[in-house]
Write a protein that binds this ligand. Structure first.
Ligand SMILES: C[S@@+](CC[C@H](N)C(=O)[O-])C[C@H]1O[C@@H](n2cnc3c(N)ncnc32)[C@H](O)[C@@H]1O
Length: 303
């Protein structure tokens, strides 16, 4: 890489050099990222790194750290290098086969938990997470609701393997069924009646993907991003499927793009969902949409 001169003699020099490379590259929070990356490379936590700033760096170790720094400078997200991301207070394994879980998605978990808390308790509470990815949503919900059984669906076998690993790590694998398939088809084919259909599907309009940050556009899985021409392709297919798979009184809670609230709410309303709500995030952008399935009505489709 051009201009990459790397000859740190101590941990402190390595940190200083990394912060300045990252700042020049325009990486947000260069100091934090540098600390996390070097701590990872040295096999210590951040406190350990800071305690070792004066330690000499053997040449081989310095070279190893240099490789990590260069990898990050190619645009590879920090989380794919360290293999870790925190979500809902839990530590998740992530690989390039899965979307890196985002803090915004915690609003979906929070919303779903509030709606589930309100639902009448029945023997079997089956909740689907469509497009499970790393398992961020499925695992967090299973951890919060001890009686919940989760159907974790994804078209990507590699993503399902990561989700399964996370479920095991957090002690909820016995209550999560992992199934490879297209959207809710496996639930419908299996005749499973669901209490809730949760999803953070791909929702970026295809034409906008190239203009996203390099970290996202070039490194995160296209399958996790591409929502078709207008970003709504998966919601359009998921809405009628959810209506078929939900039990009366069940609900959907879906993450959406910052300006997709009206369109996704309209798709749900067109399928007869009631109490359709658009929930904004902390910045006031559309973030989650919910709707309740009341059951099939005689006069459905008339309004
Ligand atoms: C935006 S990611 C969400 C991952 C995770 N649920 C999260 O919130 O971090 C979307 C996921 O949907 C999956 N996916 C894409 N198309 C799908 C389809 N037709 N059926 C099932 N899953 C799909 C992708 O493989 C990806 O894992």
């Amino acid at each position: 890489m051009n201009g990459f001169v790397w000859k740190p003699a101590t941990v402190g020099e390595a940190l200083q050099a990394t912060v300045s490379f990252f700042a020049r590259q325009g990486i947000d929070s260069p100091r934090l990222e540098a600390e996390v990356l070097l701590a990872f490379g040295l096999g210590v936590n951040r406190a350990g790194l800071l305690a070792a700033l004066r330690d000499r760096l053997p040449e081989e170790q310095a070279a190893g750290l240099g490789e990590l720094v260069q990898k990050r400078l190619t645009g590879c997200p920090l989380q794919y290098i360290t293999g870790r991301q925190e979500f809902w207070g839990l530590d998740f394994t992530v690989t390039p086969a899965v979307l890196i879980p985002r803090p915004e998605t915690e609003l979906l978990v929070e919303t779903a938990l509030a709606l589930l808390g309100r639902s009448p308790k029945t023997g079997d509470t089956w909740i689907a997470d469509v497009g499970v990815g790393s398992g961020a949503i499925a695992v967090s919900v299973a951890r919060e609701i001890a009686t919940a059984q989760v159907l974790a669906l994804d078209v990507s076998a590699a993503a399902l393997a990561v989700a399964r690993q996370n479920a095991k790590g957090h002690g909820v694998a016995e209550r999560i069924r992992f199934v490879e398939g297209d959207l809710l088809n496996p639930a419908i084919d299996g005749g499973l009646r669901l209490k809730a259909v949760l999803s953070n599907p791909p929702y970026i309009p295809a034409g906008e993907i190239p203009s996203l940050q390099r970290e996202v556009a070039c490194f995160e899985p296209m399958l996790a991003l591409d929502g078709g021409d207008d970003g709504l392709a998966l919601y359009r297919r998921l809405a009628p499927q959810a209506r078929r798979a939900l039990e009366p009184g069940g609900f959907v809670a879906w993450e959406i793009g910052y300006n997709q609230g009206r369109d996704v709410a309209a798709l749900l309303a067109a399928q007869g969902f009631a109490e359709v709500r658009i929930i904004p995030d902390g910045q006031g952008h559309d973030r989650v949409v919910t709707g309740v399935f009341r059951g099939e009505c005689e006069d459905e489709g008339e309004d």
